[in-house]
Design a protein around this ligand. Structure first.
Ligand SMILES: NC(=O)c1ccc[n+]([C@@H]2O[C@H](COP(=O)([O-])OP(=O)(O)OC[C@H]3O[C@@H](n4cnc5c(N)ncnc54)[C@H](OP(=O)(O)O)[C@@H]3O)[C@@H](O)[C@H]2O)c1
Length: 393
């Protein structure tokens, strides 16, 4: 881990600044009946901020955040656990029960026998007996080395195979019955695999939430509406456009949400920050049915990001100008600007096209169905290699 050029502008905690009453932060009711604060403090960051995650999390709790978004993959569950205990020691919380904790099952732990040990290790690292929300982090068990380069490929990677996934999910449901998980959800799942999951689960075993990338330049409105029609709450990550995301997730096609002219004009007009425009839009859109995750390492930003979930800072006209309604008059600013391409998770038959991860063109019900596809793909590929004329460039 490196901490290069970290300045007081990037990390600045000022405990003289007053926080926000957590009760004033909007909550959504999950299908399970539980209430969830819609603003979640993210605990993943580009590598330089790992060293500040404990202080940032304590500061977030002090300022009124009551929902923490964690994951095994962020390699800092112990640090978040220490932050929770420190917040209790300092009197910012009476007990852990005042928090809504989201944790995630990592891809490398999706084999049936690995699920319970993974959850146990998360619970012990966080120092809690149960998590309020446990998300399946990605739809398939494809792993990459932490912090790997963008061109890393795992030859054992596979697409979504429902039969395999239901073995993972069955374990998660068992652990929910055992009281270690209050509610179950998914993350980065797509319409085809969620349709299968919803088809094969009932009230108790059904997911109640999907966390996915959503920000003004990547709104995912259709996918979100489908998920909401199935009773899933949708929360967005990279809600600010993740300006300091790791290099492997930066591509020349990407645009920055906070640099969009409309976002800038609304911020200037309303006298609020660019971040607040993005986050308040996330809060107000789709009848306030969803939520957002955001992280920061400065008191002013941590506070600003939470206050975006307390009241309407955008007018209905401004909301329409960002979201659009499909008409020529109101096109909105969605630019299908996906930041997480997921290329490190690609399986061989995707032929290097990251869109295959998201467009549901390779989703399989059974292992046998995928084996048939794989075989026919290999045969076809071999004939192609043997017969096609190769044009020198
Ligand atoms: N489920 C998943 O697969 C998944 C994937 C990615 C992320 N997540 C979750 O989502 C969280 C957020 O993702 P993210 O951090 O990549 O994206 P983000 O919240 O869109 O961006 C956070 C970055 O924005 C900057 N920032 C924060 N508040 C600001 C403000 N008020 N004004 C200006 N700049 C501000 C911070 O800069 P500094 O760097 O200077 O602090 C920080 O790097 C993660 O921490 C994680 O918990 C989940």
């Amino acid at each position: 881990m490196t901490t290069p050029n970290v300045s007081s502008e990037m990390v600045n905690f000022d405990t003289k600044v007053a926080g926000i009453d957590p009760q004033s932060v909007h909550q959504v009711k999950l299908a399970s009946g539980a209430l969830m604060p819609i603003a979640a403090f993210g605990t993943f960051h580009s590598d330089w901020a790992q060293a500040y995650m404990k202080d940032a999390t304590v500061e977030a709790i002090r300022l009124g955040w009551r929902h923490l978004d964690t994951a095994r993959a962020y390699e800092n569950e112990e640090v978040v656990g220490e932050a929770i205990r420190e917040a209790i020691r300092r009197g910012y919380l009476a007990s852990r029960d005042e928090l809504f904790i989201t944790a995630k099952l990592w891809n490398g732990h999706m084999r049936k026998q690995d699920v319970e040990p993974a959850l146990n290790s998360t619970l012990s690292a966080l120092g809690v007996e149960q998590v309020d929300m446990y998300l399946n982090h990605w739809p398939w068990p494809n792993v990459h080395t932490p912090g790997c380069a963008g061109d890393h490929r795992n030859p054992d990677a596979v697409p979504y195979i429902h039969e395999c996934f239901m073995e993972t999910w069955g374990e998660l449901v068992r652990l929910k019955k055992a009281g270690k998980i209050v509610a179950l959800g998914t993350s980065n799942h797509t319409e085809a695999d969620l349709k299968l999951l919803c088809r094969d689960t009932d009230g108790f075993s059904r997911p109640v939430l999907n966390q996915m990338e959503m920000h003004p330049l990547f709104q995912q409105t259709e996918l979100r509406r489908y998920m909401e029609s199935e009773g899933l709450v949708c929360t967005g990550y990279m809600s600010l456009g993740s300006p300091n995301r790791p290099g492997r997730d930066r591509f020349k096609e990407h645009r920055a949400d906070m640099l969009d002219p409309l976002i800038q004009a609304i911020a200037t007009n309303n006298g609020i920050s660019l971040a607040k425009v993005c986050l308040n839009w996330a809060y107000q859109r789709e009848n306030k049915a969803g939520g957002y995750v955001a992280m920061a390492t400065r008191t002013d930003w941590i506070l600003d990001n939470l206050s975006a979930a307390t009241q309407d800072f955008l007018t209905p006209e401004q909301m329409l100008s960002i979201s659009g309604d499909g008409s020529a008059l109101h096109p909105g600013i969605d630019a299908n600007n996906r930041l997480i391409w997921g290329q490190v998770f690609l399986w061989p038959e995707a032929l290097g096209d990251w869109r295959v991860l998201w467009n549901d063109s390779q989703v399989f019900e059974t292992r046998a169905a995928y084996a048939r596809f794989k075989q026919s793909f290999q045969d076809h590929y071999q004939v192609w290699q043997e017969t096609a004329v190769s044009v020198p460039h």
